[in-house]
Design a protein around this ligand. Structure first.
Ligand SMILES: [Zn+2]
Length: 140
């Protein structure tokens, strides 16, 4: 149900150089999105953000990633969703930091978003644990 990708400008994010990414993003956004960093627990602007509707877009390219209605309070310290827009994210196994986790990336610009775990609520049982700085809330 995701609309076609709607980048904030005409640039194809797949074509951006590392230098262009640095220009487009703040230091913290760059660290998370492009270097697979993690924002500090409970520090993100969307941890306690629970709008009734709207959606969360990729901070890197504007693609709609999550619907606000799938956001829930997980208590983990990062924004959590039980479902992602199917076409908008890719997942792959991440074995960094001595853990085996499933990393979540934006399918459009390949930016790191967070991780997905299998301890979420019904109906999916998934917990998408996503960095606030990787997203931008849109109330449309
Ligand atoms: Zn993106």
């Amino acid at each position: 149900m995701s609309e076609t990708s709607d980048p904030t400008d005409d640039v194809d994010p797949a074509e951006l150089t590392d230098e262009e990414w640095r220009e487009r993003l703040s230091e913290e956004e760059y660290r998370v999105l492009r270097e697979s960093g993690t924002e500090a627990k409970f520090s993100g602007e969307y941890v306690d953000h629970h709008p009734d509707d709207g959606e969360y877009r990729c901070r890197g390219c504007g693609t709609v990633l999550f619907e606000a209605e799938t956001k829930y309070e997980s208590g983990c310290g990062w924004p959590a969703f039980y479902a992602a827009e199917e076409e908008s994210v890719t997942t792959n196994v991440d074995t960094s930091h001595g853990m085996r986790r499933t990393e979540v990336r934006c399918a459009n610009c390949d930016s790191h978003l967070g991780h997905v775990f299998d301890d979420g609520p019904e109906p999916t049982g998934k917990r998408f644990c996503i960095n606030s700085v990787a997203m931008e809330y849109d109330d449309e």
